[in-house]
Ligand binder design. Structure first.
Ligand SMILES: Cc1cc2nc3c(=O)[nH]c(=O)nc-3n(C[C@H](O)[C@H](O)[C@H](O)COP(=O)(O)O)c2cc1C
Length: 458
C-alpha cells in the first residue's frame, strides 16, 4: 500500500495566527475565536476530513522586537489577543469522536507538577486523544512577565526541558500503578494507598516528591510533539518526540531535517518510524488553477507587510527594520529560536539581503510552503513533498478560516482517497493508537519515558 498522507490542522486560540492582514478578508471568521461554536464547527469539519489532530500553537508574550515595540503586532493581530488553548479542548472533544488535540505548553514557564495534572485531566476527558507540543518559548516579554530579568539562554532552556520531561514521565508513568484505583465498596477502598508512589525527583531545576495527583489516563503520557529544529532542538526531538513539526522550504533542507532527526532517534535506541514528521503548509485550492490564482491575488492585496516582520523579530531576535535593505543578513546565535534565522542565512542556498528576507516573509503563507492550484495540482504537490522528503504529512494552516480547511476537506481529501493515499476511515483507539497502531496506547518500551514506569520490586 502507498504511504498514507496524514493531516493536522495548525491553529491557535487567537485573533489571527500566521497569515497577517488576512483577518480583514470578508469571509474570514477568525474574530469568532472566542466562541465555543467556532471551535466545535472547526473540530467537526476536521473530523469529516479524517484529520489526525488539531494542533494548537500557543505563545506567552507579545511580539515586540520589531521596531522595539508591540504596536505592529497588536495592530495586525499577530498572535494577539490570545486565549488559553487547553480550555477549548474538552468541548471540541465532546462534539467529536476521533479527532486528536495537540496543545502547546512551554516547559520554561509552566511547572511540571501542575502541567502533568492538567494533561492527565485532558487525556481522561478526551478518552486518550491528547498530545502535547513541548516548547521552550522564545519571547523576552514572556520572561519579563514571569518575573525573570532576562530570557534564559536558548540551550539552557532545552536543558530545563530535558529535566522537565524526566519529572513528568515519573509522574505519568511511575507514580500510580495500573490497578491502584479499586473503587471497592465491600472493602471500603477507593484507591489502594500501597499502589500510589512518590517520585522523589530532586534535580538541578525541579524538586517534586510526588505522587502524581491524578489516576492513570488512557495514554498516561500524552502524544509528544516538538517543533524546534536547531541542533539542540533536533537532539531533544530525537530523544522525546513522537511527532515533529517543521517549516519546510526545499526538498533538500526538509530531507536533511527528517534524516537527521530519525538517525539521532536510532542513537537513543528508538526506531526511525517511531517519529512522524509533519511539515507546515498553506494552501489555496480553486475549482480551477485560474480560480486559485484569483484567490491568491485577492489575498495578496490585503496582506500585511509589518505583521510578518513582527513575527520574524520574535522568532529570531532580529529587527528587520534596523537593516539596510541591501545589506546581507548573517547568522548569529540569539536566545530566541535559531531555526528561522538559520533558514534565511546559513541554510539558505544563497545569501539574502534584509530586503529579500522581508519580501520572502511577506509572501502569502509566510514561512510555510504555499501550494496553490486546482485540487489535482495541490494533491500532486503534496505527494511530491512526501515522496521527496520522507515526511508523513502536513500541519495545514489557514489563510481564511474556516474556508482554507474546507477546501482541503471537500476538494483535496476525496482526491487523495481515490489515489489510495489517504485513509477512508479512522483507526480505532487513542490518539497514539491512531498514529502508531492498535494496542499502542502507551509509550513504547524503547521510548526513554518508559524507563520511568513503575516496576514491582523497585
Ligand atoms: C512550525 C513551527 C511551529 C511552532 N509553534 C510554536 C508554538 O506554538 N509555540 C512556541 O512557543 N513555539 C513554537 N515553535 C517554536 C519552537 O518550538 C522552538 O521553541 C523554536 O523554534 C526555538 O527552538 P529552535 O531554536 O530549536 O528552533 C514552533 C516552531 C515551528 C517551526
Amino acid at each position: 500500500m502507498a504511504k498514507q498522507i496524514r493531516f493536522n490542522a495548525f491553529d491557535i486560540n487567537a485573533a489571527m495566527h500566521n497569515p497577517h492582514g488576512l483577518w480583514k478578508h470578508p469571509d474570514n471568521e477568525r474574530y469568532r475565536y472566542k466562541e465555543l461554536d467556532y471551535w466545535v464547527e472547526l473540530a467537526r469539519l476536521l473530523e469529516r476530513g479524517l484529520f489526525d489532530a488539531l494542533f494548537l500553537a500557543d505563545v506567552y508574550g507579545f511580539y515586540d522586537v520589531y521596531r522595539g515595540s508591540r504596536d505592529a503586532a497588536l495592530r495586525d493581530a499577530v498572535q494577539a489577543p490570545i486565549n488559553d488553548p487547553s480550555l477549548i479542548i474538552p468541548t471540541m472533544a465532546y462534539a467529536t469522536k476521533h479527532l486528536g488535540f495537540a496543545v502547546t505548553v512551554p516547559t520554561t514557564y509552566e511547572h511540571p507538577y501542575a502541567h502533568a495534572r492538567r494533561m492527565t485531566t485532558l487525556d481522561h476527558l478526551t478518552n486518550g486523544r491528547i498530545g502535547w507540543n513541548v516548547v521552550t518559548s522564545f519571547l523576552p516579554s514572556a520572561a519579563r512577565n514571569f518575573g525573570l530579568d532576562r530570557m534564559i539562554g536558548h540551550d539552557e532552556r532545552y536543558e530545563i526541558a530535558d529535566e522537565y520531561m524526566e519529572v513528568v514521565y515519573k509522574l505519568w508513568e511511575g507514580s500510580w500503578e495500573d490497578d491502584a484505583v479499586l473503587r471497592d465498596p465491600f472493602r471500603g477502598i477507593y484507591t489502594d494507598p500501597v499502589k500510589v508512589h512518590e517520585i522523589l525527583h530532586a534535580g538541578k531545576y525541579f524538586r517534586v516528591p510526588g505522587p502524581h495527583l491524578s489516576e492513570p489516563s488512557p495514554q498516561r503520557t500524552p502524544v509528544l510533539y516538538q517543533a524546534g529544529a536547531s541542533a539542540r532542538g533536533r537532539a531533544f526531538a530525537a530523544k522525546h518526540a513522537e511527532c515533529v513539526f517543521i517549516d519546510g522550504h526545499s526538498y533538500e533542507s526538509m530531507k536533511f531535517y527528517v534524516d537527521d532527526i530519525r538517525s539521532k532517534a536510532v542513537a537513543y535506541g528508538r526506531r526511525p518510524e517511531d517519529i512522524k514528521i509533519f511539515m507546515a503548509l498553506s494552501t489555496i485550492v480553486g475549482a480551477t488553477a485560474a480560480e486559485a490564482e484569483d484567490k491568491f491575488r485577492e489575498l495578496t492585496a490585503i496582506s500585511s507587510a509589518e505583521g510578518p516582520q513582527a513575527i520574524y523579530g520574535g522568532y529570531t531576535g532580529i529587527d528587520l527594520s534596523q537593516g539596510d535593505p541591501n545589506q546581507i543578513l548573517t547568522y548569529r546565535a540569539t536566545d530566541h529560536g535559531q531555526t528561522v534565522l538559520a533558514r534565511f542565512t546559513k541554510m539558505s542556498p544563497k545569501e539574502m539581503t534584509y530586503g529579500e528576507v522581508i519580501d520572502s516573509v511577506k509572501k502569502i503563507g509566510g514561512r510555510a510552503v504555499l501550494l496553490k492550484g486546482s485540487a489535482e495540482q495541490v494533491a500532486d504537490q503534496m505527494q511530491a513533498w512526501v515522496d521527496n522528503t520522507g515526511i508523513d504529512g502536513f500541519n495545514l494552516g489557514h489563510l481564511v478560516t474556516p474556508g482554507s480547511l474546507k477546501e482541503i476537506v471537500e476538494l483535496v481529501v476525496p482526491l487523495l482517497q481515490e489515489r489510495g493515499l489517504y485513509k477512508t476511515s479512522y483507526e480505532a483507539g487513542t490518539m497514539r493508537e491512531k498514529l502508531f497502531g492498535y494496542g499502542e496506547s502507551r509509550l513504547p518500551e524503547r521510548h526513554p519515558g518508559a524507563r520511568h514506569r513503575f516496576a514491582r520490586g523497585e
